[in-house]
Write a new protein. Sequence first.
Length: 428
Amino acid sequence: MLKNTIKFIILLLILNGSFNIMSYADENEINGFAHNLNWKATGLTNGASTWVNIWNYPQDNIEAYCQKYYANGITNLFVQTSRSNTKDIVNPQKLEVIIECCHKYGMKVIGWTYPNLDNIRSDAQKLITAAQFRTAKGEGLDGMVANLEHNLSTNNVIAYSQIIRDNLGGSYPLIACVYSPLNKCIEVKKTPWKVLSEYYDVIAPMAYWNSKYQKYDVYDYTIQTISQIRALSQKPYQNIHVIGDGMKTDPSTISLFLKACHDGLATSASVYPQNALTIAQCDALETYSNYISKDNVYKLACLKALYNEPLASYFKNNDIAQPVSTGDFLAIISNQINLKPIQTNLNKFLAKISINSLNLNQPINKNTAYQILAFILNSHQNHKHSNISDKNWLIPKAYADNQVNKGEKILNYLDLAQMLWQESNVLN
């Protein structure tokens, strides 16, 4: 009983902002929580990332190449291992050195292959071979990407993906790299988004705004890409890694791209350069953590955990990046918790914090939402209408809110998912 009471007090302090243990958690805690929710959140693509194709492998001092990227804040390197018309691993000797050098500096190395799906079994084997590749020290790639741009019929994608999963297992980290749904390429219409979301842990759209047909606004193109993929996959909790256009892109444009990833609640992002990232582009990517928070992995896991509940309807009809109105927040909370025993006191509390019929359509401030939920939970505890669970519900977000838009305090639907998950594990 005492243990439960202490837990409850800590939650109230968190909700009221008086107690902050967010900075003490690490990535393993996020991933452990996600694992308990059957959510493949390996953190694979967390951090600033860039790409290397088979023609742009570092030619000479690979150690210096990796050290340079590390010194400029790059934490992940996507390295191409094959195409449909090459052998399974194009340059195993260099791949071995890249893997060991990157791992030495704490960088992840994610392989990628470019299958045209004319020979599905052969293409799948190329990815499998790369995933099973080991260096002399026993080190391997941290995950694999299938760059799917051709022959994207549903049957082709299922057959290819099933062979890979049958050989690597359901827990191996896989990413599907595809065109943005905004791209005019004919293959986009064929893309089986729901299939991709079933077989791959992350969907990575190529949000290339420097189209040969027309130029797009980087912010709008990026944020619409994220929103449409979540809608097309029919999974608001879909992990999305956005690949930005690095072809002669200046640093200010990269910053705008990262801002769009932040506002669209992307899980992570990278830049595909013309050859290699310039120093100026590296400098822009070095601010990555100011834009994109690792919290999103945890929050998406919360949303996934709630998604089979009646609450799912609230998230199906709303972009998770959009603000929650005060009226909708109260309606959702009342759907979750029986407010009748505390309604009189709750009304007085709402009046005290200036919530009334005139502002129900306005977006609700995060702090206000936390205050209301804390008041409700505290009132229920006093009235003994619920028992606090012994489950390990007290798993806070692991990282403080990022530094972009420090003034933004509006609750969005993904923030709400986190609140509801924590609340649902207190009031059972």
